[in-house]
Design a protein. Structure first.
Length: 100
């Protein structure tokens, strides 16, 4: 699995993939949540989910829905299908996979 430069981009927390607003958080809010132990750092979380995602990561965002921090991975599988994979940022559990 390879990770694009956009994944490491701290501004990715503000990006919109779907053209509509979600409860997005900026880099400072995410860093504070990591420091408080509410969520795992992206690098650590990637180690947890490595091999369980359906393909190559092409982008990532973080959001908080109903009090739960979720990493949203945009993934392309070997046949070119596009997925959004929602991963609990605290424990690495894959919450939902949605084909685009």
């Amino acid at each position: 699995m390879s990770v694009t430069a956009g994944v490491a981009d701290p501004e990715g927390a503000r990006r919109h993939w779907h053209g509509h607003h979600h409860d997005r958080y900026d880099h400072d809010a995410v860093r504070d949540a990591v420091e408080r132990g509410e969520i795992k750092p992206l690098a650590q979380l990637l180690e947890l989910v490595k091999g369980r995602l359906p393909g190559e990561i092409t982008g990532v965002e973080i959001e908080r829905k109903q009090g739960v921090w979720l990493y949203e991975f945009r993934v392309i599988d070997k046949s070119g299908r596009l997925f959004d994979v929602y991963v609990d940022a605290q424990n690495g559990e894959i919450r939902r996979t949605k084909e685009k």
